[in-house]
Ligand binder design. Structure first.
Ligand SMILES: [Zn+2]
Length: 344
């Protein structure tokens, strides 16, 4: 019989990506395959899109439905229960209460002619699983993934490769823990989640960057972006590029975010004491930032965190760049269904 493979579907609010791993955990292809999620077509449309996308992925890689031994799917939280979507801020109301795994299982059975093992989880946890598998392959153990993007995703993955999910699949929502504002000299910005205690997400990701930028303009009244028109998000868009050119204001903001990340790393070292911290997100994207910039960003995190961890942790504190980019969630979803089958 030909080799078994496990499909991973990363179902984002706007785009979905597909990847797969083999029985031994190796990745079938690192070519990015993505497509619109098509949420305007409702849950049915999304499932049909995922199935067509999977068929395309199989064909492109010379594989068949017969080889598919399981499917993992990553969808944005919150969830009502395992496999059931809650009220997601980025999706139409028709998705609330949607039983993703039932519908996906049924659709996959039609293609394969048999029932397939399925898992569902959140994108941050699955990204952590994939990055942790890579770290473990080079001798690592437990991993914390921190991914500042539009918000701040986080995951803790144990030495066996599985994510901490918690009693309500809300574990490791580190972006919404409070940052030490007095250490950062920062104001308590209200977070999109509604909390007003100064969520880390506001000081480390795009979510809070417009506020930091507005406050910083007081110190840089002649900055070229001071007169730029547009929404707060549009105005901050050039900052990452400007930082690569050495722009002082931009560097100051990202240095600040790096310090906030350092405090978060120090805090998490107290809570879960992982072997390695992996940092993902737009500021370590090799296509958008220089090696010097990335080293500066991670260097500040290490420096800040080192002052707050135990001596024994200080010596072995590892903060490294994520490497799987946009495919990490899909690869992680595939790995979790593979691990689940291996346990049986
Ligand atoms: Zn929050």
């Amino acid at each position: 019989m030909s080799e078994a493979i496990y499909i991973g579907i990363d179902g984002g609010a706007t785009t979905s990506k597909i990847a797969a791993v083999r029985d031994n955990g190796t990745i079938v292809s690192m070519d990015l395959q993505q497509q619109p999620t098509g949420s305007e077509g409702g849950p049915e449309g999304v499932i049909a899109g995922w199935m067509d996308g999977t068929a395309r992925f199989l064909e492109r890689n010379g594989l068949t439905w017969e080889q598919v031994a399981g499917i993992g799917v990553s969808v944005p939280g919150p969830y009502l229960a395992y496999g059931v979507m809650g009220d997601s801020p980025n999706l139409p109301d028709t998705f609330t209460g949607w039983h993703v795994l039932d519908d996906l299982g049924e659709a996959a059975e039609k293609r394969c002619g048999r029932k397939l093992p399925m898992v569902m989880g959140n994108d941050g946890n699955f990204a952590g699983v994939a990055e942790a598998a890579r770290v473990r392959a080079s001798g690592g153990g437990s991993v914390v993934l921190l991914a500042p993007g539009s918000g701040l995703g986080g995951a803790y993955v144990d030495a066996k490769g599985l994510p901490l999910e918690g009693a309500t699949i809300s574990g490791m929502e580190v972006g919404h823990m409070p940052a030490p504002l007095q250490m950062l000299g920062a104001k308590p910005y209200r977070c999109g989640c509604g909390r007003d205690w100064g969520c880390f997400e506001m000081y480390t990701s795009l979510a809070g960057l417009p506020y930091l930028f507005e406050d910083a303009l007081d110190r840089y009244p002649d900055h070229p972006l001071a007169k730029k028109e547009g929404t707060p998000k549009e105005r901050i868009l050039p900052l990452r590029g400007l930082a690569q050119e050495g722009d002082e204001l931009a560097l100051e903001l990202f240095d600040f975010q790096a310090r906030a990340m350092g405090f978060l790393i120090g805090t998490l070292a107290m809570a879960v004491d992982p072997d390695v911290f992996v940092v993902g997100g737009g500021l370590i994207d090799p296509e958008a930032t220089s090696p010097e910039f990335r080293e500066r960003y991670l260097g500040i995190m290490r420096e800040v965190a080192r002052d707050y961890v135990w001596p024994v942790q200080k010596e072995r504190l590892k903060v490294v760049e994520a490497a799987l980019g946009e495919l990490s969630q899909a690869i992680g979803a595939a790995l979790v269904v593979l691990y689940q089958e291996q346990e049986k």
